[in-house]
Design a protein around this ligand. Structure first.
Ligand SMILES: [Cu+2]
Length: 133
């Protein structure tokens, strides 16, 4: 009886893996803050040809994507997300797009590796700001 169930299960698994052979699901971190970020991140991911599902979790900052491996790659998806302003493990958003994000979406970038250069960068705008007031 047990072996019968097992073989049924393996037949089922074999069947589904053949149907979804080209569809891959990956999870990776995408920096962001709020619901607007979620919309932006998911929209960017879905705009990539071959992506079928994109779901970003505001709490965990983890994006789950399903995509057709023959059409696209994690690399391309992360590139598209970085382009709209959100840092991913493989691609970082440029300062220009990051700075253009709405205030609530400016996620914390301070814990990034180059702490020294970031401190220098952030020192300049704040001193400029104090002159304005
Ligand atoms: Cu946001």
């Amino acid at each position: 009886m047990k072996t019968k169930i097992l073989s049924l299960v393996s037949i089922f698994l074999l069947g589904t893996s053949m149907v979804f052979a080209q569809v891959k699901t990956e999870k990776f971190e995408v920096k962001g803050n709020c619901g607007m970020c979620e919309t932006r991140i998911e929209k960017a991911a879905k705009s990539v040809d071959g992506v079928t599902i994109a779901d970003w979790n505001q709490e965990t900052k983890i994006l789950e994507v399903s995509f057709n491996e023959s059409k696209t790659s994690v690399h391309k998806i992360q590139m598209a997300i970085a382009k709209v302003g959100h840092d991913t493990p493989m691609h970082k958003a440029t300062d220009e797009v990051y700075n253009a994000l709405p205030g609530c979406c400016k996620y914390d970038r301070t814990q990034e590796s180059e702490a020294g250069s970031l401190n220098l960068k952030s020192a300049t705008p704040s001193s400029r700001r104090t002159q304005n007031y």
